[in-house]
Design a protein around this ligand. Structure first.
Ligand code: ADP
Ligand code: MG
Length: 332
């Protein structure tokens, strides 16, 4: 990719983050973190997952001796963070009002340092269409896609994207409203299912050679994880209900493919302006070409979630991961 497309401010940001974190690459000591609010729960469709992430993060911080407290923005006004003397916030919220830039904006205004991406990258990461446009402009490989609406000509969509194809709302998560379309006749119903969740609906070429994810921690890409769902695709059931999805880390890619995917992940994250930590998901074509699928700026953080799994493979325990992410909290 063209180097000049990377945000020149990101270098400056990395330098100030290093200064902030001091010499110790593992971050601040537990007492230096001060009084920490773990933001979890929230009002999105992913509340239940967030409750689990937040509980795991809170337990890890407390095990490390950090003065950490639970804080659910669904039941409390964020102003209480200031009133009660919190010094930083660990965002363990997923989906709308948590991962989408809104909470990040509120914390900016309150002056409370928070973990993860800022306002713009959070909002962009939640919007599958606009993040694709940014990656396309940056020269990253993404599946062919079209925006479709009620009046789209199914034959034309199928001619351009082939079959099967995927239809999804631009702004949901957790595989909600997503369909794999196998015949032209199924396209309209798939559109309607997706349109129930968002006014913007994406149709996308099927990429069938496997699914991977790359966790980002600071400026580093962690070891790649291969995801092998037991059912047809990585749907809601496979993510949260079934226990027969297989996660392989090490991924089984050869060293060159692994490094290439990590490089693409860092570029994709940098292009949307991501900070601190996150995850970039990939699909692999049958011929072995990687495609960027989507970015998550506030991924799951239970101790069996994907980022902790990749961290473990890199020799970073769950508790250390939580401390590192906490230490990178920022405003601006
Ligand atoms: N273009 C595609 N080709 C093959 N599988 C896909 C494609 N798009 C989505 N999928 C499958 O659907 C799942 C959910 O899609 P994704 O775009 O990641 O939405 P979500 O934000 O809900 O996770 C993916 O993990 C993958 O299994
Ligand atoms: Mg996904």
């Amino acid at each position: 990719m063209n180097k000049q497309i990377l945000d020149p401010r990101s270098k400056q940001r990395a330098q100030s983050a290093t200064m902030f974190l001091g010499e110790d690459p593992r971050g601040l000591t537990p007492s230096q973190l001060g009084k920490v609010a773990v933001l979890f729960g929230g009002r999105s469709a992913e509340r239940e997952v967030s409750l689990k992430s937040g509980a795991a993060v809170l337990a890890a911080l407390q095990r490390s001796g950090v003065d950490a407290h639970a804080f659910d923005p669904a039941t409390r006004n964020l102003q209480a963070l200031v009133d009660e003397g919190f010094e930083r916030a660990f965002i363990a919220l997923h989906g709308r009002f948590g991962e989408d830039g809104t909470v990040q904006g509120a914390l900016e205004l309150l002056g409370i340092p928070y973990t993860g991406s800022g306002v713009m990258a959070s909002a962009l990461g939640m919007d599958k269409w606009r993040s694709k446009l940014v990656w396309q402009a940056g020269g990253l490989p993404i599946p062919d896609f079209l925006i479709i609406d009620e009046g789209s000509d199914s034959a034309e969509v199928v001619r351009k994207l082939g079959l099967p194809l995927f239809v999804k709302p631009a702004n949901e998560g957790s595989s909600v409203g997503i369909s794999k379309v196998k015949s032209e006749g199924e396209l309209h119903k798939a559109y309607q299912d997706a349109a129930r969740h968002d006014t913007l609906v994406i149709a996308e070429s099927f990429i069938g050679g496997g699914e991977y994810t790359v966790a980002i921690l600071g400026e580093q890409a962690l070891p790649v994880i291969k995801i092998e769902p037991a059912n047809e695709f990585y749907d809601y059931d496979a993510k949260y209900l079934r226990d027969d999805t297989r996660y392989l880390c090490p991924s089984g890619l050869n060293a060159g493919q692994e490094a290439e995917m990590q490089r693409l992940a860092k570029q994709a994250f940098a292009l949307i302006g991501g900070q601190g930590w996150g995850r970039v998901d990939f699909l692999m074509s049958e011929s072995g070409k990687p495609y960027v699928l989507e970015a998550n700026t506030s991924p799951g953080m239970t101790d069996h979630s994907l980022v902790p799994m990749a961290a473990r493979q890199a020799g970073i325990s769950f508790d250390e991961l939580v401390l590192r992410v906490s230490g990178s909290a920022h405003v601006g």
